[in-house]
Design a protein around this ligand. Structure first.
Ligand SMILES: Nc1ncnc2c1ncn2[C@@H]1O[C@H](COP(=O)(O)OP(=O)(O)OP(=O)(O)O)[C@@H](O)[C@H]1O
Ligand SMILES: [Mg+2]
Length: 208
């Protein structure tokens, strides 16, 4: 019988330098900022702005963007429900490794299903998973249509498009909710500032 595909006889190798030592080196605490929302809601824009802001403060972050990962790690996956689940699971595992490395890992993916996001949350100690919900109306995202995908989905040329013919399940317990103010979406730098303030308040940007 083949034993190639099972997880028996697997051990855990302890290493001499751990998360605590790496965090001291970086003077920050590793965590995952998980940005979820509809296509066109501004996830990647916020991720870039946040990363730039953290960099200017001398803090090390790394972006895991859904689009980019589908060029490599996840290029074997499509958009049916089980592929989306596997896509999110892999990104959750990689994000966990980056957080363990001491980085502020910024994951920006539509991640439409609550169960998949919550499974990633469960991979980390509770305060270290910071879910940011880009709560932008579908009409706004569709009017932006930066990639022209909504047009294709409305024309039936893309099937299973989130928000059109596949559901987006809103977070029930996110740490940060990004909304329009007086019908206007705040500037990316302002949104990044909101997340940086949260990280500062919770003590992620220094070690005691
Ligand atoms: N805060 C903002 N204010 C105004 N325009 C914005 C803002 N954030 C993003 N945009 C614009 O909205 C469009 C979509 O943004 P972005 O690519 O970041 O969305 P996304 O959530 O990453 O989408 P996808 O899931 O398709 O990757 C872009 O043209 C961007 O310039
Ligand atoms: Mg994007």
């Amino acid at each position: 019988m083949s034993t190639l595909n099972n997880s028996t006889n697997i051990f855990w190798q302890e290493c001499p330098v751990g998360k605590v030592e790496r965090q001291k080196l970086l003077n920050q605490k590793g965590c995952v900022v998980w940005i979820t929302g509809l296509s066109g809601s501004g996830k990647s824009t916020l991720a870039c702005s946040l990363s730039r802001e953290l960099h200017s403060k001398g803090k090390l972050s790394y972006i895991l963007d859904g689009d980019n990962l589908r060029h490599g790690l996840n290029k074997d996956l499509g958009f049916k429900a089980e592929d989306r689940a596997e896509n999110i699971r892999r990104v959750g595992e990689v994000a966990k490794l980056f957080a363990d490395a001491g980085l502020i890992c910024i994951a920006s993916l539509i991640s439409p299903y609550r169960k998949d996001r919550d499974a990633c949350r469960a991979m980390l100690p509770e305060p270290n998973f910071i879910e940011v919900f880009m709560n932008m109306p579908l009409e706004l995202c569709e009017s932006r249509d930066a990639k022209g995908l909504y047009k294709l989905a409305r024309a039936g040329k893309i099937k299973g498009f989130t928000g059109i013919d596949d559901p987006y399940e809103r977070p029930l317990n996110c740490e940060i909710e990004i909304e329009q103010k007086d019908g206007v979406c705040p500037k990316p730098a302002a949104l990044a500032g909101q997340v940086v303030s949260y990280l500062e308040d919770k003590g992620f940007l220094q070690v005691e």
